[in-house]
Design a protein. Structure first.
Length: 162
């Protein structure tokens, strides 16, 4: 049986301000919150990934958006590159937790989410994008990315992780 982790990429104040796709961003936060609560109830890892390019840890831009539900049990990874696996402790964290599958959500579909998805595949993880759980700069591009990648819905996760 696979052990699954939920990755939440770059849901930070500075990106919420920069995206022209506010409705998609807000919808993604709702889905992310539902799934993160589900993962926490199942004692499965929830990993919040933050881009240090958003500013230092003390800046408002670096902080997670206020709408995002965060728990004391979540893991936090800070990254400097688009791929959250590159030069971070993410791979070690997942391996130590016995994870072999990732569900990836967050911002931006066209950059950090896509590169993190590819990074997971390159490292041998099964990887899925959370349906309706990714945001970006262009709604049409978000749809194209989801058409070409493995996507999983909330309902499917509930079924497979019951």
């Amino acid at each position: 049986m696979s052990k699954v982790a939920f990755l939440i990429v770059d849901m930070q104040n500075n990106v919420k301000e920069s995206t022209p796709c506010k409705a998609t961003f807000e919808k993604a936060v709702e889905y992310i919150n539902e799934i993160s609560q589900f993962f926490r109830q199942k004692n499965l890892p929830v990993i919040i990934i933050q881009d240090v390019e958003a500013g230092g840890a003390e800046t408002e831009g670096f902080k997670c958006v206020a709408e995002l539900v965060v728990s004391d049990t979540d893991f936090f990874v800070h990254k400097s590159y688009s791929n959250a696996f590159w030069k971070t402790e993410l791979d070690t964290l997942l391996k130590n937790a016995g994870v072999d599958c990732t569900v990836i959500s967050g911002f931006a579909a066209e950059h950090c989410v896509l590169f993190t998805y590819n990074g997971a595949i390159e490292r041998g993880y099964d990887a899925f994008l959370l349906q309706n759980g990714i945001a970006g700069f262009d709604d049409d591009e978000i749809k194209r990315i989801q058409l070409l990648r493995s996507v999983i819905s909330y309902e499917a996760l509930e079924y497979f992780l019951k």
